[in-house]
Design a protein around this ligand. Structure first.
Ligand SMILES: *[C@@H]1O[C@H](CO)[C@@H](O)[C@H](O)[C@H]1NC(C)=O
Length: 517
């Protein structure tokens, strides 16, 4: 008796009694995508919630009794390896249109994975809320129907039409670029028309092609589980617009100040540890001793520098050798004939390196997480974008004055040398990024705390219906007042007819008099 009450008191003290049961799914087997999932899970655990986490990268979080991982690492997907091979991308051998089918394949593999099927099949498994990383499809919203609970999207980049249409409406292409576009406002006439075309093509793709595939997959993957639990089977077309909240890995310091619906919460930077982990001893020494500063070069966790063509590697080593700064290159294999100031690392604690005051420049592929970290730590960058949103991220950084862009090419070493000299001799780049860093940090609460708060808010308020945008209830022709336009045209037509009729009858009653001279 005494023991029981003591345990409950302890549980109460650690807030477990208050905790919610949360299901988090980040199924795409991309490292940076999973970092965002890990961040969500970490903050929910810290807030005392019980998290079930479907992930292809298990064991990357600290052990926690509140955490149960559903390991889907055995799911075999071949395409990403190709999709992220730099040499292939340079030769334009990768077809980006395959991404949608890839996403559907991954979702299908994830849901039909034994461990996940077990979870869906067991009626004892209940959740208060489901959180999913959004990636080009809303198929996974089926999870919310299975568990009959509210759900939340996590959007990985600055808000764009594809995610905003799910909680509000599509953005205006006259001043909002889509996620994979490099253009920045103000648009020229052609850019504006291109943005409109992108939007129309994207929407047509979704409505005419994607929706059918998703509906079939939904019927196959989720509906049996929903029926088995005895819940009403919602239409996927309703379900996909029914998320309670969107947590955005974005912030105005990193993107555009576009207007957002009430249930979009910009929590960009939440994946970064508030406390910087100390550097390993040898790395700390290297950075401490880099009296002329250190340049950190990393192409991210997906792209492998070793896929760079040989001539590019040799060229890069040559220009790095000429610098008085130390160069730290995250490279996955040994690189022979290295100049003395160039150091290679297989794995790099990126955040701790960027946090060091002697780190003066970051050469990056411009992924969203790296771009976020540069602003968090206030370091100028040279971006070498490879695919997807990276072009947009880098161009925005260039536009905001803290970055230079260098394109992948066989002669990129020369361009890189010029960019390095520009940034290191012109203090305006660093000044600019320090200002953005100040804006980034100047928030009433940390993004992690905010994230946990809004997830709790959704559960506490039964799916936060009060935050839903009214735009979701209005069909597109009403938004553009096409019904009014149709009415006006009809009235004008009717008027025209009436006037014609009247005129005719008037003329027939009073035939025109013969003119007299
Ligand atoms: C939409 O979400 C609300 C709140 O979570 C829920 O009550 C409702 O049943 C959902 N509707 C559909 C069609 O899934």
């Amino acid at each position: 008796m005494f023991n029981l009450s003591l345990i409950c008191l302890l549980l109460y003290a650690t807030q477990i009694c208050d905790g919610y049961k949360v299901l988090v799914m980040f199924a795409m087997p991309g490292k940076s995508f999973s970092f965002l999932g890990n961040g969500v899970v970490r903050h929910l655990l810290e807030a005392g919630h019980e998290v079930t986490y479907i992930t292809p990268f298990p064991n990357s979080l600290k052990k926690n009794p509140l955490l149960r991982e559903i390991d889907i690492s055995s799911l075999q997907v071949d395409i990403p390896k190709d999709m992220i091979n730099i040499e292939k991308i340079m030769k334009k051998e990768v077809d980006m249109q395959n991404i949608f089918s890839l996403v559907i394949d991954v979702q299908t593999l994830a849901i039909t994975h034994d461990a996940v099927t077990q979870l869906l099949n067991d009626p004892k498994e209940q959740f208060d809320v489901v959180i999913m990383g959004w990636m080009f499809s809303e198929l996974s919203s089926g999870l919310a129907a299975v568990f009959n609970c509210p759900y939340i999207w996590v959007s990985t980049v600055d808000p764009h039409w594809m995610v905003l249409q799910l909680i509000d409406e599509v953005t205006n292409p006259a001043y909002t670029a889509d996620a994979t576009s490099s253009t920045v406002v103000p648009f020229s006439f052609t850019q504006r028309v291109t943005q409109l075309m992108n939007l129309v093509m994207g929407l047509s793709f979704q409505k005419l092609y994607g929706a059918g595939i998703e509906r079939d997959a939904y019927e196959r993957l989720f509906v049996p589980f929903i029926q088995k639990r005895g819940h009403k089977v919602p239409d996927l077309e309703e379900l996909r617009y029914n998320s309670s909240l969107m947590l955005g890995n974005s912030h105005v310091s990193m993107g555009h100040p576009i207007r957002l619906p009430q249930n979009y919460k910009a929590v960009g930077g939440y994946h970064i540890d508030a406390k910087v982990k100390p550097l390993p001893e040898d790395l700390k020494k290297l950075l401490d001793n880099a009296k002329n500063g250190l340049i950190y070069f990393s192409m991210g966790s997906n792209l492998r520098s070793k896929h760079l063509p040989m001539e590019v590697k040799t060229g890069l080593l040559k220009i790095f050798g000429k610098l008085k700064q130390t160069v730290l290159w995250k490279f996955e294999e040994d690189l022979p004939n290295r100049p003395n100031n160039v150091h290679i690392l297989q794995w790099a604690p990126q955040q701790s390196i960027l946090a060091h005051p002697n780190c003066v420049l970051f050469i990056t592929h411009g992924g969203i997480l790296s771009t976020t970290e540069t602003i968090h730590f206030g370091k100028p960058i040279i971006g070498i974008p490879v695919f997807g949103d990276q072009f947009n991220n880098v161009d925005r950084a260039v536009n905001r004055g803290f970055a230079k862009r260098v394109d992948l090419s066989l002669s990129m070493a020369d361009d890189l040398e010029k960019a390095i000299n520009d940034i290191l001799t012109d203090p305006s780049y660093t000044a600019k990024v320090k200002l953005l860093s100040l804006i980034y940090h100047d928030r009433p609460v940390s993004p992690g705390k905010e994230l946990a708060h809004w997830v709790e808010h959704v559960v506490r308020t039964g799916g936060a219906p009060h935050l839903r945008s009214p735009a979701l209830m209005v069909p597109w022709y009403q938004k553009w007042f096409l019904d009014l336009a149709a009415l006006i045209i009809a009235v004008l037509f009717a008027l025209k007819l009436i006037i014609k009729k009247l005129y005719r009858s008037f003329i027939s009653k009073n035939p025109p008099k013969k003119k007299t001279l």
